[in-house]
Structure formats: C-alpha cells, structure tokens
Design a protein around this ligand. Structure first.
Ligand code: SF4
Ligand code: SF4
Ligand code: FES
Length: 417
C-alpha cells in the first residue's frame, strides 16, 4: 500500500517545516522500517535515532501521529487503525452531528493516501529533524542517584542476595528502557523546569523498594521536595499511557507518595497536608468542606498566619459573588464513601510494596500486618460486609421459619435426604 509520511523536520534553532514522502509499504512494516526506506531510497539527509530495532534500546522514540512512541514498535497498519478510530470518535463527539447523508463517492484512484505524521519528541530541544537533545533528561535521572546505595552497609564477599519476592518488586520499574516517551508527554515537565520527570521518579521508586538499598529515607526526603519531586506531578496520566514498557511511572509516583505520607504528619508541608486533609474531610463528610479545607491546608490550622491572611481576598470575592458556603451538609452516602476510602487504604497497606522491608524500615509507627489478617471477614468493604451480613441473617431467619412451618429440616423438605 502507498502511505504519505509527513515528517516534521527542523535544524537546531530554526523554524520547523513539514516534508512529505510517499512510499509503498507493507502494512506490517514498522514506522522505523519506513523511515529507513525513506532515508536509504529518497532522502539521506533525514536524521533520526535508532539502534536495536527491537524495542530494547529506547533510541527510536519520537512522536508518531501525535503521541510519543517507539518507531520500531508501532507498525503502519496499527497506526492507520488508531488514526481512523480517533477520527471516528471525534466525529461522534462533534456537536450538531447529523445523520450521514449519501454523497457520491470519489473514484478510487482519487482517494487521498493514508497519512502518518512523524515529529520529534516534546519537552526537549531539537538538534536535527527527529533527533532531540536529551541532556536534561539524563541530568534529571542522575539527580535521583539511580543506583543502589550500599554506603552504610558491609559489602558481602560475593554478592547481595535477594529472595524471589524481593526481586519481583523490581520487575515493573526495571523494565524502563529510558526511551524518553513519558518525559516527552509530561505536562509537569512542560510547565516546570524543576520537575525531574516521570522516568526519574519511577527509577527513584525502584531504588526505594530495592532490598539492597540503604538510602530509603534520604531518597524519600528528596522526592518530597516541592515541585521538583513527586508533588510536581499533575496526575495527567500521559506517562502511563505512552510508556511502551508498561512501567506505569504515575503508579510508581503514587506509591512513592504513599511511602512519604506514611512517614509525614499533617504539619510537615502543604503538599502532604493537601493530601491528608482532603482524605480526612471526604471521609468525614463525603465531600470537601471547602472552608475547613482552606484553613487546614493553606492556613495549617492557624499555625501559618500568612497563609490564613492569603485566604482573605479569595474568601471576600466568594462572599461577594454568593459562592461562600455558610454551612456544610454532608453528602448523601457519606458512609459508603468512607467505606470505599477505608477499603482502598486497607488494600494499599496490604499491597506487596508496602509489606516490604522499606516500610518496616520506616521510623513511624506504621504496622505492616500479615496480608491474610487484613482481609475483611465478608467481601471487600465494610459496606459489603454489612450487606452480606444482612443477607445472611435474612436467609437464616427464612430457613428457621420454613423449618418451623414444615417441621422438616431444609434438605428433607427439598427431598434431598
Ligand atoms: S518509564 Fe517508560 S516511557 Fe518513560 S523512559 Fe522508561 S520506558 Fe520510556
Ligand atoms: S502523570 Fe505526572 S509524571 Fe506522568 S506525565 Fe502526567 S504530570 Fe508527568
Ligand atoms: S531501535 Fe531500539 S527501541 Fe527502537
């Protein structure tokens, strides 16, 4: 099939331009195969990175049809199908879409060629065409010291041993091939030059859960520093979506936040307070009492006078526009919301990552209880437990009535005995 490739080309510090190439390809060809053919057969000046051609080295990351991906992983057929699905979805979502009207179809030879757009990764300056300068990406990785620290430990004569369970904790984060796709799509990196990026934080978490590492506390403290660390993440989910190796950096960031929150009190910092107070208020009222939220998070419960004063202009504007809630009504279903939060907290505290040594290394009073002791008696939530208990009680009473009325036990009554 013939495909039109639109390549966003650029020379360092110059304006980009779009160059088109038409090639005859097999639908199963990877985008990297196509770029190679363009380079070898049509334009030797086209620059892009590649190495293994097998989703291992992470060199060929670029934006393909608008999102960062590995050129050696995606193929032409998949890309065209993805594009068609997006176009269809957009058409459905466009307001005022009327039922399709029969229109005369153009002759097959005049149909436009399917198009694939290729551009350099985002959040990094372009050196040439699809090649970007990844110096900051590597620098940010270096900043989290992505290697096991054994400074304070006696080095064994041969090697540090790990159990299979300890090793399994490294599987997901260990899959990172440092391709840069997550960094390229990260909203937090785009707006803040301080944020170290999803790749670095995923790697930091990998060292935090590594049983051989002895710098857990200092690593967590480093990741807890303002918007450079975990609190800079906007939770946009892009990194999880584009990562070709399913490292799920956002999940690792969330786990790291969990470890930090276990160790910190509400007064530690505004970021920590924000998370703890939000959960606390939602548990109390089913949704957030914004008046108390502001005072507790920004005003640190009247400990931070400047914070309290900073709320006054906003409070006055809200009052003026009639948006200041005078009273707080708990939401209907507060009990269910609370049950859900408690169930998630229970499951999180029982997850393999928090049952690790890293938690037992914690200086706080977090209790790592054995997993089987954390299972609720009925179902997964206190709400389900209550409901299941009621059903069991109703069933028991129904059986009792049936036996009293028939003077037979249930199974004899059914004719089974
Ligand atoms: S986390 Fe995923 S997307 Fe990010 S650098 Fe590693 S492999 Fe690439
Ligand atoms: S979820 Fe956080 S780390 Fe991931 S891309 Fe979005 S802002 Fe960046
Ligand atoms: S060339 Fe190595 S990952 Fe694509």
């Amino acid at each position: 099939m013939q495909v039109l490739f639109k390549v966003i080309r650029q020379n360092s510090n110059k304006s980009p331009w779009v160059q088109t190439y038409t090639i005859d390809v097999n639908p199963s060809s990877t985008i990297l195969d196509c770029l190679n053919r363009i380079k070898w057969e049509q334009d030797g000046s086209l620059a892009f990175r590649k190495n293994c051609r097998n989703t291992i080295c992470g060199s060929c990351s670029m934006r393909i049809n608008g999102r960062s991906a590995l050129a050696c992983k995606e193929n032409v057929a998949q890309e065209l199908a993805r594009l068609a699905a997006i176009t269809e979805q957009r058409a459905e979502q466009t307001p005022g879409n009327f039922p399709a009207v029969e229109v005369p179809q153009p002759e097959p030879q005049s149909l436009p060629l399917p198009e694939i757009t290729v551009a350099p990764m985002g959040n990094m300056p372009v050196l040439k065409d699809l090649v970007v300068d990844m110096a900051k990406f590597w620098g940010n990785l270096q900043a989290v010291e992505p290697y096991i620290s054994t400074a304070a430990r006696a080095i064994p004569e041969r090697e540090f041993l790990q159990t299979p369970v300890e090793r399994a904790k490294l599987d997901q984060t260990g899959n990172c091939i440092l391709c840069g796709a997550c960094y390229s799509e990260c909203n937090a990196v785009e707006v803040s030059s301080e944020f170290v990026g999803p790749h670095a934080l995923a790697k930091a978490y990998r060292t935090v859960v590594d049983s051989r590492d002895d710098a857990t506390e200092s690593r967590l403290e480093k990741s807890n520093q303002g918007i450079a660390g975990v609190w800079g993440c906007t939770r946009c989910f892009n990194c999880n979506t584009v990562c070709p190796m399913e490292v799920a950096p956002l999940d690792q960031i969330n786990r790291m936040k969990g470890e930090i929150l276990e160790r910190q009190t509400e007064t530690a910092s505004r970021s920590v307070r924000h998370r703890k107070v939000m959960i606390d208020l939602v548990k109390q009222g089913g949704w957030i009492d914004e008046r108390r939220f502001g005072l507790r998070v920004v005003g640190n419960n009247f400990r931070d006078l400047r914070g309290v004063l900073s709320l006054i202009p906003l409070g006055l504007r809200m009052l003026q526009r009639g948006k200041f809630p005078e009273t707080f009504e708990p939401s209907p279903g507060t009990q269910e919301v609370r049950s859900l939060i408690e169930s998630v907290q229970l499951l999180e505290s029982a997850s393999p990552s928090s049952m690790t040594e890293t938690v037992s290394k914690s200086p706080t009073s977090f209790k790592a209880e054995p997993y089987d002791q954390l299972q609720p008696k009925f179902g997964w939530t206190p709400y389900a437990e209550l409901t299941n208990g009621r059903f069991a009680m109703i069933g028991f009473v129904a059986l009792l009535i049936q036996e009293l009325l028939t003077r037979q036990d249930f199974f004899t009554w059914l004719g089974l005995w």
